[in-house]
Write a protein that binds this ligand. Structure first.
Ligand SMILES: Nc1nc2c(ncn2[C@@H]2O[C@H](COP(=O)(O)OP(=O)(O)OP(=O)(O)O)[C@@H](O)[C@H]2O)c(=O)[nH]1
Ligand SMILES: [Mg+2]
Length: 368
């Protein structure tokens, strides 16, 4: 028997003078929410002049939203923004039955579900606990957590919370130690790869990085029409002629409002990107929000200190766009490469580019 899906009311405040593309952001958060297995029951778009430290939106509107969620039979209120722990707690005070989530909370939950390897599981668990710790006041109960589920809801008494906090802190320090070991293992592996030219695919989630990896190296990486299919880094050899090969890597995708602690705990996964000689920034030729996506990619690269690495833009999924769009992209990004991973269009141009960069790298090594 199919259980009816839980419902979420989305709150998307429009902040005065913000350059954010709200329509795309709402589309994206809705996709993130359905990825979690929830139905979007409604979207509240509220214009605000400034952020209210208590509820993000105005106090009256906050109360109204709680009522609206009740009318819609929604179990969740999900903000398409970052809520502070205080804002989350205040909402919980307004209604103890509803679960309150923000955008980073939703992203964390999807990462949690998709993590398969020991490394990604450890990384996500750490980020998730760090996120939960400051939001733990009268949060969901111990029992509820054991039963699974996500989101935060008022629940246990203060004593239980103190016990929970202590357990979480202990777990955090254990996970940090575990990650340190994983990190040093990675460093050893990475050192071994130093004598090779290394190129990495980076970019927004679902743009086709793994598909390109698969088409170019015939490797068996996971490809899915889903956000955050890839959470681990895969490194494969790519032959570039004359029996030469370079190392090509595919890694976790980015998104707006990627939680800071998630980026921090994924540092070892993203180290391959930092250690690369070339970043192939994969973009979706068909994206409606290209410039914001580029901005997101650049800010994550900066955060992980990979912003000095040589970059090359690659527009994938050109099979989905018309000639006008291609001309526009060519005009806006004259240096970019246009390809299609699934139709195997122009993939040789990526190999040619890497081959040239590789040759330059070798000659620079020989004539420093
Ligand atoms: N039409 C079209 N679809 C593509 C192309 N390349 C990839 N896709 C599809 O886009 C979806 C995402 O592909 P992935 O390769 O998993 O994307 P990714 O960038 O690795 O995504 P994450 O690992 O989730 O960040 C899949 O459904 C692919 O089949 C392409 O050139 N054209
Ligand atoms: Mg992938």
């Amino acid at each position: 028997m199919n259980k009816a899906k839980d419902k979420a009311l989305v709150v998307a405040p429009r902040i005065w003078r913000s350059s954010k593309n709200y329509n795309n952001s709402i589309e994206e958060i809705s996709l993130l929410i359905t990825t979690l297995g929830l139905d979007v029951a409604g979207v509240v778009e509220q214009k605000i002049n400034k952020i209210n430290p208590a509820y993000f939106i105005g106090t009256g509107k906050a109360k109204q939203i709680i009522e609206q969620a009740k009318i819609l039979n929604a179990q969740y209120i999900i903000f398409d923004e970052d809520l502070s722990p205080v804002q989350t707690k205040n909402f919980q005070q307004l209604n103890k039955q509803l679960k309150i989530l923000d955008r980073p909370g939703v992203i964390l939950e999807i990462f949690f579900r998709n993590a398969k390897s020991k490394e990604s599981k450890t990384q996500v668990e750490l980020a998730r606990l760090q996120y939960q710790l400051p939001r733990l006041t009268r949060l969901w109960t111990h029992l509820e957590r054991q039963m699974g589920g996500f989101g935060t809801r008022a629940g246990a008494g203060e004593t239980q919370i103190e016990v929970d906090r202590r357990i979480i802190r202990k777990k955090i320090s254990l996970l940090k130690k575990k990650l340190k070991n994983i990190d040093s293992e990675r460093r050893v592996q990475s050192k071994k790869r130093k004598s090779f030219f290394r190129a990495s695919f980076v970019g927004y989630t679902n743009v086709g990085k793994s598909s390109l990896m698969k088409s170019l190296t015939k490797s068996d990486v996971l490809i899915k029409d889903q956000l955050f299919a890839t959470l681990d880094t895969t490194v494969r050899r790519l032959f570039v002629g004359n029996n030469n090969h370079v190392l090509l890597s595919d890694t976790v995708g980015f998104i707006r409002n990627l939680p800071d602690n998630l980026i921090a705990s994924f540092k070892s996964t993203l180290q391959e990107v930092v250690d690369s000689n070339l970043l192939l920034v994969v973009l979706d030729a068909n994206s409606k929000d290209l410039f914001n996506e580029i901005e997101t990619i650049q800010s994550v690269l900066k955060e992980i200190k990979a912003n000095e690495v040589d970059t090359q833009y690659v527009f994938n999924k050109v099979d989905l766009v018309d000639g006008d769009r291609i001309s526009y992209l060519k005009q806006s990004f004259p240096e970019a490469i246009m390809v299609s991973a699934t139709r195997a269009l122009q993939l040789s141009s990526i190999i040619e580019l890497i081959s040239t960069k590789h040759k330059n790298w070798i000659s620079a090594l020989k004539n420093p």
